[in-house]
Write a protein that binds this ligand. Structure first.
Ligand code: 13P
Length: 341
């Protein structure tokens, strides 16, 4: 358990954050199609090689989340991605859920699957060098949702996954994502987020998960993307911090937000606003507020790369820049001036 706590601290308590590059093949292909990159295994491998070989990535990134295809892949010269990351001082992790599937009897809701055979898969990933894992549950707050049944089914699965990870020596990242797509208000997101996190921590307790050896990966408390009222940076940050203080136990070593489809610069600015609040609070927050972004770090680089080998250096520059901006946000030091550097 000491090792788990030390790894969790290294991931989220060291002034750096996590880069998620764990898109399933179908999600990765969709993002490639949107920028005109080929939807092939070789293109996915090249994109991931671009990411893991980005110069100075380790200055801002403590850990990288891989996917089953990616953890088995290598650079063109045959060096495995796991080895490249470890040599750079970046901790390799692995997404282990099998995706969100329709929840029976609950139209519009999903439950994340992947518990069957998970113990054996975790053992294999440990052998391959993974030191932490991720499981994402999806909760929709739109149109009268979520149902209690959906929250409980997902919270239970997250807790069973987390217990299996700790048994295998992996730090579980527990990710219950309340979606931002839709017209719902910030208030609706706040209610759904609180109820979900409350249920998740109850289930983690019931399944004997040691909170000191896990990381929480929540959504920020936000208005829906299409909600007419969009709160200010400070309002979003204050609502998120206050909600988390109500439901996340102090023994959790750190919180690493997902970006959830926010524009990259907005995600950095909101993360920054939370850390400004944390720094000015009369008593310190019990946990560091870090990031575990996929789109908000990768998107600008992907739009530059578009599958073209000659654009690799420019894309790597953009990727390192976003990682650097988010690192600054952890100190409350993100600004328009840093954005332009
Ligand atoms: P986004 O930052 O793109 O939301 O991705 C984070 C993630 O890991 C989703 O599971």
């Amino acid at each position: 358990m000491q090792d788990l706590a030390a790894t969790a601290h290294e991931l989220v308590g060291s002034g750096k954050g996590i880069l998620a590059m764990d898109e399933s093949n179908s999600t990765c292909n969709k993002r490639f199609a949107a920028v005109g990159a080929p939807e092939t295994e070789e293109a996915r491998r090249s994109w991931r090689e671009l990411i893991v070989t980005t110069p100075q990535l380790a200055d801002s990134i403590s850990g990288v989340i891989l996917y089953d295809e990616t953890i088995r892949q290598q650079k063109k010269d045959g060096t495995s991605f796991v080895r490249v990351l470890s040599a750079a001082g970046i901790i390799p992790g692995i997404k282990v859920d099998m995706g969100a599937k329709p929840l029976a009897g609950r139209p519009g809701e999903t439950v994340t699957e992947g518990l069957d055979g998970l113990r054996a898969r975790l053992e294999e990933y440990v052998q391959m060098g993974a030191r932490f894992a991720k499981w994402r549950a999806v909760i929709s707050p739109a149109g009268g949702l979520p149902s209690r049944g959906c929250i409980e089914a997902n919270a239970h699965a997250l807790a069973r996954y987390a217990a299996l990870c700790q048994e295998a020596g992996l730090v579980p990242i527990v990710e219950p994502e309340v979606l931002m797509a839709g017209e719902h208000t910030l208030e609706r997101c706040r209610e759904a987020t609180r109820e979900t996190l409350h249920c998740v921590f109850n289930q983690l307790y019931d399944q004997g998960v040691i909170l000191e050896g896990m990381i929480l990966k929540p959504n920020m408390v936000l208005p829906g993307l299409n909600c007419p009222k969009q709160e200010t940076l400070h309002e979003v940050a204050a609502a998120t911090v206050a909600s988390l203080l109500r439901v996340v136990p102090a023994s959790v070593p750190g919180i690493a937000f997902l970006s959830g489809g926010q524009a990259s610069e907005l995600a950095s600015a909101r993360l920054n606003a939370m850390n400004v609040i944390a720094r000015s609070a009369s008593s310190p927050l019990p946990w560091p507020l870090a990031f575990s972004f996929a789109r908000a770090i990768q998107q600008s680089a992907l739009e530059i790369w578009r599958g073209q080998q000659d654009r690799v250096p420019a894309a790597q520059h953009a990727l390192a820049h976003r990682a650097h901006c988010n690192k600054a946000a952890l100190q409350g030091e993100y600004s328009a001036a840093i954005e332009r550097t």
